[in-house]
Design a protein around this ligand. Structure first.
Ligand code: 5AD
Ligand code: SF4
Length: 449
């Protein structure tokens, strides 16, 4: 009998990718994806642990799920509740204790075992199952090679895990050590995605530009080389990658930005802080001068490169002067887009137990200042596009009839007046208006891609 799975995804794009793989793993077991938890036979919360609020959301969702599970049991039905992802990895045992409705907990490195784990949980006498091991076999070798239709713009994980151990970050603990998929495997997956209709692929990794996968020639390939290889795929018109670390921006990657037209002129390059003192405390292992130099080199390789970044305010020990330095560096570099956060202590990370924690009201005030500056930069960047004609990849229908939503090369969301069947085309769009979050455009001329 057909069974329904509801998957709720929190956090980063890698979780979005992982959720899609879980759905594919479950399809052969008869599970179809449903958009409502209420009637689901299996509920999976694919969680994020990066900041405290992300983890709290999971527990509050579990409260709702518990009531749905009880209601379903009252109707004689059964609901298996699974928690996946980074909260599961970091707090699995605690979660089993705190949330009695949870049947199954598994970490990001063990979801390829999902069919077995579900079978165990489904047994009438089924125990609650906890699997947060870091298996020796890379999970990518066990994922199904599905060939179905794909989103026009889609994701492909090429690297996972992190060996950098920034003071504030849980990722090295939840996602484990760095692992890069072999080039052949990545190219094969990209080919399937393109065959399924994808025209844009974003290469994903917690530290994507530390990629060092085994090449077909037996050498280790770096990300720049991989991008060149992928650019040979006919039908793959756009390539992006995220998230990168300044230390791993090498010559090869900069050259790819110069030479590969499919590589979009937009780069997310986390800066975290503009103070050398705080960058050292964060164990970022680069200085302000390094960041500045990397940006200069990238911009001279690709003059229209737009930058995005991540910033944290209120890391332990951050003084007013350090904060000022961050504002100054943001002012100087100028970002098209940015994510900024209050420092949130994560259990088990060095910064959580560091002295000189910053009071919340100071963090709030600093975040407000920073976000004002970033919002201005973003608005200016968008406004400067008015009157330009940009190639826009049309991805999906918009909210209004006759309107499609696509992306510019700079990852801006663009609302274009165009017929529904044009989804999947890259069209020249004349930008007519801009807001803080998106652009509006009309078709500049009709070109069939
Ligand atoms: N507190 C606040 N922000 C954090 N980030 C990671 N860990 C923390 C934390 N403990 C931010 C960083 C990172 C982004 C994904 O999340 O800026 O680049
Ligand atoms: Fe976390 Fe990124 Fe630092 Fe790795 S490089 S520890 S993922 S912030």
């Amino acid at each position: 009998m057909a069974k329904r799975v509801y998957i709720k995804t929190y956090g980063c794009q890698m979780n979005v990718y992982d959720s899609a793989r879980m759905a594919e793993l479950l399809a052969p077991l008869g599970f179809t994806v449903t958009q409502t938890a209420k009637d689901a036979d299996l509920v999976i919360l694919n969680t994020c642990h990066i900041r405290e609020r992300a983890a709290e959301k999971v527990y509050s969702e579990l409260g709702k799920i518990r009531r749905m599970k009880a209601a379903k049991a009252g109707r004689g039905g059964r609901m298996i509740v699974a928690v996946a992802g980074c909260v599961a990895q970091a707090e699995g045992t605690e979660m089993m204790r705190r949330a009695a409705c949870v049947d199954l907990v598994f970490g990001p490195q063990s979801y390829h075992r999902l069919p077995k784990l579900i079978a165990r949980a489904l047994r009438a006498d089924g125990d609650r199952v906890l699997d947060t091991s870091f298996p020796v076999e890379p999970k990518f070798d066990f994922l199904p090679e599905t060939t179905g239709p794909r989103d026009v713009a889609t994701f492909l994980t090429v690297q996972e895990g992190c060996d950098k151990f920034c003071s504030f970050c849980v990722v090295p603990y939840t996602r484990g050590a760095e692992y890069s998929r072999p080039v052949i495997q990545v190219v094969a997956e990209a080919r399937r995605l393109v065959r399924g209709g994808a025209r844009e692929i974003t290469l994903l990794g917690q530290n994507v530009n530390s990629y060092h996968g085994e090449g077909p020639d037996g050498r280790e390939w770096r990300l720049g080389e991989l991008i060149r290889k992928l650019a040979e795929l006919a039908g793959l018109d756009r390539i992006r990658y995220t998230t990168s670390h300044p230390r791993d921006v090498d010559d090869e990657l900069i050259a790819a930005h110069r030479d590969v037209p499919q590589l979009m002129p937009f780069l997310h390059l986390p800066m975290q802080s503009g103070s050398d003192h705080i960058l050292a405390a964060m164990n970022r292992r680069h200085t302000v001068a390094d960041y500045r130099r990397i940006v200069e080199r990238l911009r001279s390789a690709r003059s229209d490169l737009a930058l995005s970044t991540d910033l944290i305010v209120g890391h332990p020990g951050e003084s007013d002067l350090d904060h000022r330095a961050t504002l100054d560096l943001v002012d100087e570099v100028c970002f098209a887009q940015a994510f900024s956060f209050k420092y949130s202590p994560r259990p088990g990370t060095p910064a959580a137990s560091a002295p000189c924690q910053i009071p919340d009201d100071v963090k709030t005030q600093r975040l407000g200042e920073l976000q004002l500056l970033l919002a201005n930069q973003r608005r200016n960047f968008n406004a400067a596009c008015i009157g330009r004609t940009l190639p826009v990849l049309l991805e999906k229908p918009g909210r209004h009839e006759g309107q499609l939503i696509g992306r510019s090369p700079y990852l801006q969301s663009v609302h274009v007046t165009a017929a529904a069947e044009r989804v999947g085309e890259i069209v020249p769009a004349l930008i007519t208006a801009a807001s803080a979050n998106s652009l509006s455009a009309s078709l500049a001329e009709v070109v069939r891609a």
